[in-house]
Design a protein around this ligand. Structure first.
Ligand SMILES: [Zn+2]
Ligand SMILES: [Zn+2]
Length: 265
């Protein structure tokens, strides 16, 4: 079985790409895709670990796009990270992450919560360009400003809360185009309730698959998404969206999906 959606410390996951691959093998998975947010920085180490432990690793990325006020995440598989448009896009998005983290820290300061950017960085194992709200939430918790990560989001970091800062806006179509343009395959991650509204235009833009099975989806939603994916002739995928090795394989799918995705390149 495959887990096609995982995050390492190259973005906001807590385990290194090597540890993730090792643990996937230990947990009996037959392959994983490494899909860090807006970066392919973890792939090299993941491939090295893939050879060491004998577990296939599918190169991936998860691009953060927005549609109106909704987050739309697009997974890219077999992307060419050196392709000009995709590379430029990832550089832009990662630079924006650093700026955004600094702006959030400044807003928290305005609210009387004094945190420094280096405290936030200390809660990240990636470089400064991979900083995200989860790292800020961990820093807030470590300093005792909140009791949990969820509380940090509820009180300060979520859209509509006082320290929320919007990020660089990428449309889902732009994300798909950058992935497909680099020779990759685009799959909509955890579409949730948005599928009825957005699926047709995204298919028209080149979407090849739908992440039907995801921890945020309940069985009814999975059934509805399955029917939609079938009616659009999309590849049906599954991913745990694990941000640490302990979550690996929470959602998994058959090995045949690997070749189905490959055939859509
Ligand atoms: Zn996502
Ligand atoms: Zn994810």
């Amino acid at each position: 079985m495959l887990d096609l959606h995982t995050h390492s410390s190259a973005s906001d996951g807590s385990d290194s790409p090597r540890e993730l691959v090792r643990q996937a093998k230990v947990r009996g998975l037959k392959g994983i895709a490494l899909t860090d947010h807006d970066t392919c920085a973890g792939l090299k180490e993941a491939f090295a670990a893939s050879l060491e432990v004998g577990l296939p690793v599918l190169p991936g990325v998860e691009l953060s796009a927005e549609w109106g006020e909704y987050d739309v995440h697009i997974l890219g598989y077999w992307i060419n990270e050196t392709h000009r448009d995709l590379a430029n896009l990832m550089i832009k998005m990662r630079a924006d992450r650093t700026c955004r983290a600094a702006k959030i820290v400044a807003r928290l300061g305005d609210l009387g919560i004094t945190l420094t950017l280096s405290e936030v960085t200390a809660h990240s194992t990636g470089d400064e360009h991979s900083l995200g709200r989860p790292h800020i939430a961990r820093a807030l918790m470590a300093r005792g400003f909140v009791n949990s990560i969820a509380e940090a989001f509820d009180l300060y970091l979520e859209r509509g809360r006082p320290a929320y800062v919007a990020r660089y806006k990428l449309t889902p179509e732009e994300a798909i185009s950058a992935i497909v343009g680099s020779g990759g395959v685009a799959v909509w991650a955890h579409p949730g309730q948005l599928a009825p509204l957005l699926l047709a235009p995204l298919v028209a833009a080149g979407l090849a698959g739908l992440e039907v099975y995801h921890p945020d989806h309940n069985p009814e939603l999975e059934q509805a998404l399955l029917r939609r994916a079938q009616s659009h002739n999309l590849v049906i995928t599954a991913g745990s969206d694990a941000h640490s090795a302990t979550g690996l394989g929470a959602k998994r799918i058959g090995l045949n999906v690997w070749s189905e995705l490959w055939s859509r390149r």
